[in-house]
Design a protein around this ligand. Structure first.
Ligand code: URP
Ligand code: ZN
Ligand code: ZN
Length: 461
């Protein structure tokens, strides 16, 4: 049945107006005032904002990492994402040296296919660069529709690659129209500092932060940006946390480079002191790069507002505290890195950003949705509210106040890093390709109903 959403306030990255939206099948058929359509289900959206569905460009669902596997898989993770106003996730597909890339991609399809409740796509991790990989990569872009690659400059002896691999990935991306994403930290020096800390008996969670200082994020970000410039390519720096990295991205953009930056809610509202919580609770706050000293939060907000950083990802990578984070008791290097964020990305940015006057409504939409669609080849199918676009919509009540808690969240992990935080505004209903996934705060979606999205090649935005 068609759907007519009446009387909401439609907000895109550039416009705000009261209007009706007619959905036919999976698409937006018409937008206007006083639309009438017999036979359509009419949804009353008066008093609500209607946003384009959120696009989370950075998730790790069902991913083996740190000696365990993330708690949320494509079912629990995408369901929680939908509760939080996200209708598309782009997840990182891991690869292994010597194994064909298409095997890795098929494995990721098997994880997602019967489980995702919203649409999804994959970035492909590059773990080596050689003739086999170079021969396979064009097919990844042209046939698999995967047009972004992830390179880790940290996690030595696990995911880390050398500069040669990063540079050759940038060259390939330039030639074939892909976007290279980097985890920018200097893994070699982190390796030295962590071994040094452990040898001195410094094993608590706080040493995770102290052995990954911001200089190492700034250095790696600058190195990646310079290599990007040399290759005349395009670079997206994931999970930017600190002034040092923001400066490198801002400088690179001022040099005219196609360098983009993402930050995440945790870096905007939490700080390094959380790692010092007693009873090993600090392990809940172990991310790489780590939470930083508080003044960095203002730097990140300023960078978002001024356009030096462009997007917000969740870096969803959830583990239980009990049994998973606890693997690192007595050795901080064994704490699995990451946390459950996918559900609260959208609301925290709205509440801390728009409600508190740090960013505009349009900037909010741009960062949680539109810009991600543009950078990752999904626009205008996704990321906006327009005739012909997918009917991915969030009906959002800006007046609801709620407390974030693991007791009420929908992620599988047994804690929430934002426990007790009050947020203003909540998605009340979420529509994915014309169907409700969340209706009046209840899940009404179906596992496996999400579609894999083949994406277009990179275009400068
Ligand atoms: O701590 C983090 N960020 N975990 C997820 C893996 C990554 O580096 O993005
Ligand atoms: Zn990372
Ligand atoms: Zn990540």
């Amino acid at each position: 049945m068609n759907m007519l959403i009446k009387g909401g306030t439609i907000v895109t990255a550039v416009d705000i107006y009261k209007g009706d939206i007619l959905i036919e099948g999976h698409k937006i058929k018409a937008i206007g005032s006083n639309l009438v359509e017999t036979g359509s289900e009419v949804i009353d959206a008066r008093g609500l904002y209607i946003f384009p569905g959120g696009i989370d460009p950075h998730t790790h669902l069902d991913m083996p990492f740190g000696g365990t596997t993330t708690k949320d898989d494509f079912e629990t993770g995408t369901k929680a994402a939908a509760f939080g106003g996200t209708t598309t996730v782009i997840d990182f597909c891991l690869t292994t040296k010597g194994i064909p890339l298409t095997d890795a991609i098929q494995a990721w399809h098997r994880k997602a296919g019967n489980k995702a409740v919203i649409d999804y796509s994959f970035h492909l991790m590059i773990s080596e660069m050689n003739e086999e990989v170079l021969n396979e990569l064009p097919q990844v872009i042209e046939e698999e529709g995967i047009t972004s690659f992830k390179v880790f400059m940290a996690y030595k002896d696990v995911f880390q690659v050398n500069d040669d691999t990063l540079y050759r990935t940038l060259l390939f991306a330039k030639k074939h129209g892909a976007l290279v994403m980097v985890h920018a930290e200097n893994g070699d020096i982190i390796d030295y500092l962590t071994k040094d800390a452990l040898s001195k008996g410094n094993t608590d969670p706080i040493y995770h932060a102290l052995t990954r200082p911001p200089e190492l994020e700034g250095e790696a970000t600058g190195r990646a940006a310079y290599l990007c410039g040399l290759a005349d390519s395009q670079l997206y720096v994931v999970h930017v946390t600190c002034a040092e990295a923001v400066k490198q991205i801002t400088d690179a953009r001022q040099r005219g480079l196609r360098v983009y930056g993402e930050t995440c809610p945790q870096y905007l509202v939490l700080d390094q002191s959380y790692l010092e919580l007693p009873d090993f609770e600090g392990a809940k706050y172990v991310w790489s790069p780590p939470l930083r000293e508080k003044p960095n939060q203002q730097v990140l907000w300023d960078a978002l507002r001024l356009g030096h950083l462009q997007t917000i990802g969740s870096d969803q990578c959830s583990f239980d505290f009990t049994g998973q984070k606890e693997l690192g008791r007595g050795d901080f290097t064994k704490i699995p890195n990451g946390g459950p964020i996918i559900e609260d990305r959208f609301s925290i940015l709205y509440s801390e950003g728009v409600h508190k006057g740090r960013i505009s409504l349009h900037q909010f939409v741009n960062m949680v949705s539109t810009q991600n669609a543009k950078l990752f080849g999904l626009f205008p199918q996704k990321g906006t509210i327009a005739v012909g676009s997918d009917a991915d919509l969030v009906l959002f009540d800006p007046d609801i106040e709620r407390k974030i808690s693991a007791d009420t969240h929908h992620m599988a992990a047994d804690y929430n890093p934002f426990e007790g935080m009050t947020v203003r505004g909540q998605p009340v209903s979420v529509i994915s390709r014309g169907n409700f996934v969340i209706r009046d705060k209840q899940f009404v979606g179906k596992a496996g109903s999400g579609n894999f999205l083949k994406r277009k090649k990179f275009q400068q935005v």
